[in-house]
Design a protein around this ligand. Structure first.
Ligand code: UD1
Length: 419
């Protein structure tokens, strides 16, 4: 078992380079199954979710060559299985993208029910509704999902809830379907645009990704070879931006797309921080305690739920009383109990948490309940007085590349220790 030991009291200063987006990478990798050829993928984040999905693709018959730590070549010409190993697929959320991809490729796939962060109920009814509308038969039982289709035919699909995963999954299943598919009330996150850009680079005909309405004109096949670079991670960039504010530091966040971060920037300015936009990097600094704020998480371009715990750390030490309303996930305040162990005064009930800002946090043993909660607790440890021991860090390794090294380069005193 590993833990992070953080000696706190640091003002973070310096530069950090953002890696490729986790949530784009974990969709683009399964999307290579639609290609039936060779994909060169660059700017892949070196995280455990990427490694797991590569191992699953290998089990299905893909040949994978790592060129460098962040560059991979995937040859999907010899896919020879339609059963993704259950124990591997049920470990993480994005395994559901194998369904859309394999339905599109060969009309048959069996995967374990998706796992991932425990954020409350995570239904996949919208994914299934989309697959069925395209002509697939989907059965769920005994911990697995089996999807089958003789032929997929494009149709109009209205999403009852705005879902990132369902939007991408239906897009994947429609790329090689007969005719045109329209997704109404689609999610608009940057990684949806990135998956569409990857597929279009490979010869798909997808229009409107990044808006409410996505149209996919089915094509007979994709190109046999292509190269694509994954978009920078909006959430990783936002994590370091808020770390700068929480620590009253000064960080140049390099390799990011500032427009993807507009709502984080707006909140930072509102609470008294400084933000300078340099086109492909963003400098964030603060020289005073943040002021209170109200935050409500919403689908993009609203404030991302995946930035909520990091914002919670900032508001835990803000001047005054703040409120966060979590409108996407029902159990996303587990981190507040850990922050309270560090001296925060947060009352969380249902989807609302009230933060009575305190002057200081104090180091304590704390547990990461999920990926973003883990990142938030690192920030808390860095700004706290004394030593914080952070456990369950495998959650953090799922989605942040070299996180302790990146924080160390900004001046943090943080060590990974095996027990
Ligand atoms: C993705 C992200 C996750 C992020 C979330 C919201 C990945 C791998 N994960 O998760 O980090 O927190 O978007 O930005 O990209 N819903 C349904 N039925 C469905 C699907 C979703 O009711 O079939 C509901 C969910 O319960 C939730 C909301 O829709 O309340 C949004 O979920 P969704 O956007 O699908 O999240 P994920 O794709 O699982």
């Amino acid at each position: 078992m590993e833990k992070l030991v953080i000696k706190g009291g640091t003002r973070l200063k310096g530069e950090v380079t953002i890696s490729g987006a986790k949530n784009a990478a974990v969709a683009i990798l399964p999307a290579t199954l639609l290609v039936n050829g060779i994909c060169h993928i660059n700017n892949l984040p070196n995280i455990s979710d990427v490694k797991i999905i590569c191992n699953i693709l290998k089990e299905l018959g893909a040949k994978i060559t790592w060129k460098k730590e962040n560059e991979i070549t995937i040859d999907t010409t010899e896919i020879n299985s339609t059963k993704a190993p259950l124990e591997m697929t049920s470990k993480f959320r994005a395994s559901y993208y194998l369904i859309g991809s394999m339905l599109g490729r060969c009309g048959n796939i069996e995967v374990g029910l998706p796992g991932g962060c425990n954020l409350g109920a995570r239904p996949i009814d919208q994914h299934i509704k989309g697959f069925e509308a395209l002509g697939a038969k989907v059965t769920v039982g005994q911990g697995k999902i089996h999807a089958k289709a003789k032929k997929l035919v494009g149709t109009s699909i209205y999403m009852d809830v705005v879902s990132v995963g369902a939007t991408i999954n239906i897009m994947l299943a429609s790329v090689l379907a007969e005719g045109t598919t329209t997704i109404d009330n689609a999610a608009k996150e940057p990684h949806i645009v990135d998956v569409a850009n990857f597929l279009n680079t490979m010869g798909a005909d997808i229009r409107g990704a990044g808006t409410d309405v996505i149209k996919i004109n089915g094509v007979k096949q994709l190109k046999s070879e292509g190269t694509y670079s994954v978009v920078p991670d909006q959430i990783e960039a936002g994590t370091f931006m808020l770390a700068a504010i929480a620590s009253k530091g000064d960080i140049l966040v390099k390799n990011c797309i500032p427009e993807h971060l507009d709502c984080i920037t707006a909140k930072i300015l509102e609470i008294g921080g400084n933000v300078e936009d340099y086109g492909d990097s963003i400098r964030v600094s603060a020289n005073k305690r943040p002021s209170k704020a109200s935050v409500k998480t919403l689908p993009y371009p609203g404030f991302p739920t995946d930035m909520q715990p990091q914002m919670g750390v900032v508001l835990s030490i803000a001047n005054g009383t703040s409120i966060i309303n979590e409108s996407i996930w029902e159990s996303r305040f587990q981190y507040t109990a850990e922050l309270n162990k560090m001296g925060a005064q947060i009352t969380a009930q249902g989807k609302t948490a009230v933060f009575e800002g305190v002057d200081k946090l104090y180091g304590a043993p704390v547990y990461a309940s999920d990926l973003r909660a883990g990142a938030a607790l690192i920030i808390a440890g860095i700004i706290a007085d004394g030593v914080t021991e952070l456990y369950n860090i495998e959650h953090i390794d799922r989605g942040y590349e070299n996180i302790e090294e990146k924080f160390r380069n900004l001046g943090a005193n943080i060590q990974r220790i095996s027990e």
